[in-house]
Design a binder for this molecule. Structure first.
Ligand SMILES: Cc1cc2nc3c(=O)[nH]c(=O)nc-3n(C[C@H](O)[C@H](O)[C@H](O)COP(=O)(O)O)c2cc1C
Length: 223
């Protein structure tokens, strides 16, 4: 018999079947409006929205409850310029040398290139870091379990929360992202996971004309 300490499930809300269906349908209706934005307005956003969204990300499930994430936020124009310069340097290498033809072909519909002006224009940048290992109370370092999956789920909650609060985002992954540790002053056991760009869409914001897979393509029901 396990002697793990247990607690009661608090705050559980049982819904009627109709309310369950309505809640799921409503969330889908809200989320299907989400798009990645690459043209941002420069006006500031309420920082409490960002703080609540990060708190929401911190509610994500994680392997062995290790919560292997850190969210470093900046609104500082100088820090944003440093991030832009470092990201564009990596992106120039990527587009001119590192990317395979297949990768460039996959990116063609988005019309993206090495220029990332949104890193200066958008009011908020969130550096998301994945903790590959943690140090326990005895100073012992141990590996974290499933950090990639855990941080991915946390980022999903973060993006959903910001979207529902009326903000646009872009998950940006300049490759490689090692410069983020230095600029955000994060330790070496944390791997940069993505740079989340947050703000309002610019008035003239244009989006790639792409489609999502159909329900039938992403769903199967094994009898
Ligand atoms: C892990 C990940 C990395 C991404 N990296 C970039 C990126 O570096 N630059 C970019 O412009 N978009 C990036 N995107 C955005 C995708 O291109 C976008 O989500 C996809 O085309 C679908 O469009 P939508 O988000 O508007 O539905 C990334 C998205 C994810 C999930």
């Amino acid at each position: 018999m396990s002697n793990a300490s247990k607690t009661r499930l608090l705050d559980w809300q049982e819904l009627s079947q109709q309310d369950m269906i309505d809640a799921a349908a409503d969330f889908y209706r809200q989320m299907r409006r989400r798009r990645s934005v690459r043209d941002f307005a420069d006006r500031p956003v309420p920082m409490q929205v960002v703080e609540h969204a990060i708190a929401t990300a911190g509610t994500a499930p994680s392997g062995a409850n290790q919560q292997p994430w850190h969210f470093a936020v900046t609104t500082d124009p100088q820090v944003k310029t440093q991030l832009l310069e470092a990201a564009e340097q990596e992106e120039r290498e990527f587009y001119s040398r590192r990317a395979t033809k297949a990768w460039l072909d996959a990116l063609a519909p988005f019309g993206t290139d090495a220029s990332k002006p949104f890193l200066e224009t958008a009011p908020v940048l969130i550096g998301v870091f994945m903790q590959k290992s943690s140090t326990d109370e005895n100073g012992q370092r141990h590996k974290n379990y499933y950090p990639t999956e855990s941080v991915g789920i946390a980022c999903g909650l973060l993006i959903a929360s910001l979207h529902l609060a009326g903000l646009a985002t872009l998950a940006h992954t300049p490759s490689p992202m090692g410069f983020m540790n230095e600029i955000f002053a994060r330790p070496g056991n944390e791997k940069p996971y993505l740079l989340l760009v947050v703000g309002y869409p610019a008035d003239n914001c244009r989006l790639p004309d792409i489609e999502r897979k159909t329900h039938e393509q992403i769903y199967s029901n094994v009898p």
